[in-house]
Every structure is written in structure tokens, then in C-alpha cells.
Design a protein around this ligand. Structure first.
Ligand code: AMP
Ligand code: MG
Length: 348
């Protein structure tokens, strides 16, 4: 038998068929390019910081998130005229709106859990140093000793959504409000069908889902010794909050001494314990915000102990000697590190 190669049948490639095939290919590829979620970005000032929200898809979801954050600021600010927290501080007792009550309740639990390293009643001391007004000054030791008895989160009473403060005591949610706002904004975006967004609430970052191309978000941990805009390392994360507390974020200098905005509730003095910054990575923005402040107050050794005993989060510690230490869960998230020293991995 002779093998006869089949003749190519060119009639199968008629122009009409070619056109139909091209059309089918076009519609097949359409969902991959033409309908890609639209990117919207907005930068605005709220909660005493610059916030940038970038959202993919979800229609007006970005506008809704901004309105939500501004509404939370109006309730949670310690200085804004008529805010729930300012009124509570003025009146000593107040029935709070839902968000303020939820945040005070959760913040008080975190104050207890961190053994008072986080203490929302530190406000009279923070105010004496001028950190909320910008009228910076160094209070006298007598002034601080008179204010310290007011610092006691366990003396704040809550019954339902009514909060009662001891005489003279005042609270400040500055250490937790941005984290709470990021959780609320992320929940709202998810409700609106958003699968991809990056929310930067002034150093409180929330990475929702992944990038539109499916890869993880890359979040930089600021170099506390840099001029700004430089990173000590970059983490790859999805559905995670990444929150940094550091003395470099707000401070003033007097007679050659630098006074930083995070206060040790035990002494009433700005924290100065060898830590340059603490970054917490976990699923909830509120917890990350609370713990970044608290672990910064604790200092490196106690903070590592806290991580070992509690877990549920990871951390980056940058010390004043510029060394970088990361808890073991972050090893796989480390996209790059720019410091001269490679980060030390802290094991359980
Ligand atoms: P953060 O930037 O989240 O670490 O919060 C720092 C802010 O929280 C400061 O600017 C103060 O308003 C307030 N604050 C300072 N020290 C403490 C503390 N030990 N506990 C709770 N809030 C604090
Ligand atoms: Mg905080």
C-alpha cells in the first residue's frame, strides 16, 4: 500500500471562517483585558495623617470607604469639636455610638492583654507633652506625678455602650483608631465585591486580597533612619494588615534631647528603649495597630516574649543599632531587604 500524504484542504480556511474564529478569540480574551477591574486611587487627610486608598472595581466603593473613614474620624478624634471621645472626656460619662463603643471595648481588652503597655487612658500625659496639639513642651516631674494616677485603663467602666471615666481621666484612641478604620473600610469594600485593594492609612497598611494580576501585594516597612520613602524591607502579603509604630514618626527636640510621641504609661516619659520601630503583621488592622504601639513600649526582649506567649501575629523589630529582627512567620513573606545586615529570624 502506498502512503499518500493528505492534501491540505485550503477550502476549510475560508475568509468567513477566519473572521468567526477571530471574533471568538476576541470574546474569549475580553474578560482578561477589556473588563479588568478599574483602578481608583484617592489621597486625603484624616486622623491626623495622609491616607491613600487604591481600590480595583466595586463601583463607588472607594468613595464609600472614604466617607466611612471621615465619619469614624469625626466620632473617634480626641480633639475634634463634638466628637464622641472629646465629649466623653469632657463629661466623664457618655453613651457612645456603635463604632466608638466597639473600639473602646476592644481597645480596653487589648490594654489588659498587653498588661498596660497599651493604655488608652495615657491621654492626660500625652497632652502634657503637647503631642496631640503640636505645642510641644517638657512637663516637670511634679506635673507628671500628678497626672500618672489618672493613667489606669482598668478604672474605665463600660456598661453596654455607656463609658464612665474616673474623675479627671481621659482617653485617646490615637494608637488604635487607624487600625480599626482599616478593618471597617476593608469590610465595606469586601461587601461591595472588591477583591483587590491597598489601603494606606498613614503607615497603617491593609492589603485586601491580592493584586489584580493575582500576585501578592508588596508592602514596604519604612527605614526609621531614612529620609522618608525608603524601606528597610519589603513584605509580600495578601489579606493582611501591616502596621508600624516608631518614635521617628512624631517627635520634637529640646536642648539636644529628642522626645518621641509614644509614652511609657508607667513613667509618663517618652519611650526610649533601643527600639526604632515595631511592625505588626496580622489579619486584623485593630490588633496590628494596638500591638505595634504596645510592643514598642515593651522593648525588644519583652516584645519577643509576648510574641512567643501569644502568637496570632508576626513582627518586624528594627533596633536603634539598625539591626532587623523578624519573627519566623515572615521568612516566607520577605520579598527584599535593603539594610546592610540580613534580618535575624526569631524562632519560637
Ligand atoms: P501609634 O502611632 O499607633 O503607635 O500610636 C501612637 C499614639 O497613641 C500617640 O501619638 C499618642 O496619641 C497615643 N499613645 C502614646 N503612647 C501610648 C500608649 N502607651 N498607649 C496608648 N496610646 C498611646
Ligand atoms: Mg498603634
Amino acid at each position: 500500500m502506498k502512503f499518500v500524504p493528505a492534501k491540505p484542504n485550503f477550502s476549510r480556511f475560508r475568509p468567513m471562517r477566519l473572521f468567526t474564529a477571530a471574533l471568538a478569540l476576541f470574546f474569549a480574551l475580553l474578560p482578561l483585558c477589556g473588563c479588568a477591574a478599574q483602578e481608583k486611587t484617592e489621597t486625603f487627610t484624616a486622623m491626623d495623617t495622609v491616607m491613600t486608598l487604591t481600590v480595583y472595581g466595586g463601583g463607588n466603593a472607594l468613595d464609600d470607604a472614604k466617607v466611612l473613614i471621615l465619619g469614624l474620624e469625626a466620632e473617634l478624634s480626641v480633639t475634634a469639636e463634638g466628637s464622641a471621645i472629646r465629649r466623653l472626656n469632657e463629661e466623664g460619662e457618655l453613651e457612645l455610638c456603635e463604632d466608638a463603643a466597639a473600639l473602646v471595648s476592644e481597645a480596653l481588652a487589648l490594654c489588659a492583654e498587653t498588661d498596660g503597655a497599651l493604655d488608652i487612658t495615657v491621654y492626660p500625659v500625652v497632652r502634657a507633652w503637647g503631642f496631640t496639639t503640636g505645642d510641644y513642651r517638657v512637663p516637670t516631674e511634679e506635673e507628671l506625678s500628678a497626672l500618672l494616677p489618672l493613667v489606669d485603663h482598668s478604672a474605665v467602666k463600660m456598661s453596654g455602650s455607656t463609658v464612665t471615666l474616673p474623675a479627671g481621666a481621659m482617653i485617646d484612641l490615637g494608637a488604635v483608631a487607624k487600625g480599626y478604620a482599616s478593618d471597617r473600610a476593608a469590610a465595606l469594600l469586601r461587601e461591595k465585591g472588591v477583591k483587590s485593594a491597598i489601603l494606606n492609612l498613614g503607615g497603617n497598611v491593609y492589603a485586601l486580597g491580592s493584586k489584580p494580576d493575582g500576585s501578592a501585594w508588596r508592602v514596604g516597612v519604612a527605614d526609621p533612619f531614612g529620609e522618608g520613602g525608603t524601606y528597610s524591607l519589603v513584605l509580600s502579603v495578601t489579606d493582611m494588615a501591616v502596621v508600624t509604630s516608631g518614635g521617628y514618626q512624631r517627635y520634637f527636640e529640646q536642648d539636644g534631647v529628642i522626645y518621641r510621641h509614644i509614652i511609657d504609661p508607667e513613667t509618663g516619659h517618652p519611650v526610649d528603649n533601643g527600639l526604632a520601630s515595631v511592625t505588626i503583621v496580622c489579619e486584623e488592622g485593630l490588633k496590628a495597630d494596638a500591638l505595634s504601639t504596645a510592643l514598642y513600649v515593651m522593648g525588644y526582649e519583652k516584645a519577643v516574649e509576648y510574641w512567643k506567649n501569644h502568637g496570632g501575629f508576626d513582627a518586624v523589630f528594627i533596633l536603634n543599632d539598625a539591626s532587623i529582627h523578624i519573627t519566623e512567620g515572615l521568612e516566607s513573606c520577605l520579598a527584599s531587604a535593603s539594610g546592610e545586615q540580613t534580618p535575624e529570624i526569631i524562632k519560637k
